[in-house]
Design a protein around this ligand. Sequence first.
Ligand code: SF4
Ligand code: SF4
Length: 132
Amino acid sequence: MKRSLAELEALVRSRICKVCTERTVTGECGLEEPDFCALFYLFPQVARAIDSVESDDINDYVAAIRRSVCTMCAEQAPDGSCETRQQVRCALDAYLLLVVDAIEEATGKVFNRQSLGLTAGPTLRERPELRF
Ligand code: SF4
Ligand code: SF4
């Protein structure tokens, strides 16, 4: 199944925003600057980072995000730390498993959901065909 980047972003928005703690009761993003939600303002990098991983360990996805997204994010400090992440206010970090799930599912990968967790993440069975 082929998905454009815009379609992938729309799908991820529909999955993540509705469960995000930043969302207001009226259904809008409660961030002071919604355009700077790290998940979406760096979405092309997020999608590529996830696409670059083929692993059954969610930590491999975390490493790819740290390497390809966090290094481009204005929130990351020179020492690699991130106050936003530490305060659980980065939607990308907080919902990474759901983000990976949504993107992999949309691009044709199939998960083994028997052992989702920090050290035993999704099992990928097919490579996606992304158009970006
Ligand atoms: S912080 Fe990001 S994920 Fe959360 S509601 Fe706002 S745009 Fe959606
Ligand atoms: S964890 Fe921090 S540096 Fe990484 S994307 Fe989120 S806000 Fe940016």
